[in-house]
Write a protein that binds this ligand. Sequence first.
Ligand code: PHE
Length: 350
Amino acid sequence: MDERIVSLKAQFEADLSKIENVADLEGIRVSYLGKKGSITDLLKGMKDLSNEEKKAFGQDVNILKNEATNRIAEKMQELKEKEIEKEINSMPSFDVSMPASLDRGSYHPITLVQRQCEAVFRSMGFNVEDYSEVVTDYECFEALNIPKHHPARDMQDTYYLENGQLLKSHTSAAQNAIYKKYKDALINDGTPIKAIFPGRCFRNEATDACHENTFFQMEGVMVDKDISISNLIFFMKTMLSEVFRKDINVRLRPGFFPFVEPGFELDISCLICGGEGCPSCKHSGWLELCPCGMIHPEVLKAGGIDPEEYTGFAFGLGLTRLAMMKYGVKDIRDLNGGSLKSLSQFTDDE
Ligand code: PHE
């Protein structure tokens, strides 16, 4: 073999062994195999050789050229693998079998009871609806049979925006939109309206242990033919027994709300004494929990539903109050206080 080929091959191997990164490898490729590379140069120099010599020399240079190409490809593969390995080694290592970080965070007690209520109502065929916190005067009052200057507005003073909209003072503010959303399915296909809509509510209140300017309610409505107070009692009793995980007795007392007729206050048997009478229930055996009633004909009408044909019930469950009862929270302000120490101690599965 021609000496030039032998020494170039040795030189190439020596150069290649020093390469440590992809960029330098590309440099080698250009300097040996590029247009002006040394192997290419050997081929160019062949023109001065005899035909015999050309054949043997040409073959040897081509072998070198192929070898060099393969060696560069191998080296490239090797360098890439090394780079991946380097990247893997530089990543922080962790043990996948380790338990997750211990301060995992927890659900707010109101979220917990909200989810429990949602699960129970879902299982009974209710849709869970979301509704905005900023609503119109029509949605919050007019559509609920509370005209301007009606005294019932006094109890629900809230925060008004400059454009006349307001922060909803009760979840009933979504009733009108819910009736309009589902009335066609009710009227045309006979699908009963069954919806619950939890939400944050606001009132212009002076705060104390029992009052907050921001609290949560969960409204529920059911509209169909022949809906009566018995349906209301059944659904409330079932839901509350599930949430408190024991059989709960309920009773209705008359209560006034312009958007229901008749209207009630629903009481539950005292959770602490079971109805015997104790200081928590002021020795009555009952706790006031949830205003409710049969939806007023005017309210159905405003939602596009004929009250001659359909009836329904509505309730406004105080989620904040329910969470306080279920978890024994004595001061309502603790729930909005943001102290993780007090809020993170509740779980779903007690
Ligand atoms: N929206 C009423 C309130 O917050 C509660 C209520 C809801 C009463 C539904 C009757 C029916 O005071």
